[in-house]
Design a protein around this ligand. Structure first.
Ligand SMILES: [Fe+2]
Length: 159
């Protein structure tokens, strides 16, 4: 395998920082969603944090394999949100950035090269996250505007 270029290494570093930011964001969003009483969103965000951590590990392993230093400073502080729509919008923006970042990275590293394949693969997973979040935001908006029924609630009983 040919040695990764400094350009490819810089894309890996950017990707790793992005993933650490996404882990941090999703984990904190899970906690905020729990506080808001939205346990479904809390669970989804916690699962997302684990998936972003897996991405971070794959990029970290690829970066370490290049022999380049892997300690590249703290992750970016991404917005968390304090309401359900704010959480969803912030998460969507992160996934949009990831999809764009990894498309550019795959092109820059040559799509058929091992690193190009890695960026394309993880970019595909980010796109799936983006689509799921878009659906979730659509359901939430429809519920808010009364065009769909919300989660069923237990019928109150007289005591
Ligand atoms: Fe990711």
């Amino acid at each position: 395998m040919s040695r990764p270029t400094p350009l490819a290494i810089s894309w890996l570093k950017r990707a790793l920082r992005h993933e650490f930011g996404a882990v941090h964001q999703a984990l904190l969003q899970s906690a905020v969603a729990e506080r808001l009483g939205d346990s479904d969103l809390a669970e989804e965000r916690a699962t997302q944090a684990a998936e972003e951590l897996h991405h971070a590990r794959r990029f970290a392993v690829a970066l370490a394999a290049t022999g380049a230093g892997i300690d590249d400073g703290p992750p970016p502080g991404l917005p968390i949100g304090q309401t359900v729509p704010e959480i969803l919008q912030a998460a969507l923006a992160t996934e949009e950035r990831a999809v764009k970042l990894y498309r550019e990275a795959a092109r820059a590293c040559a799509p058929a090269a091992p690193l190009g394949v890695l960026f394309t693969e993880i970019g595909g997973e980010e796109l799936a996250h983006l689509e799921e979040l878009t659906r979730r935001l659509g359901r939430y908006s429809a519920f808010r505007h009364g065009t769909t029924r919300g989660p069923s609630r237990p019928i109150p009983t007289r005591s």
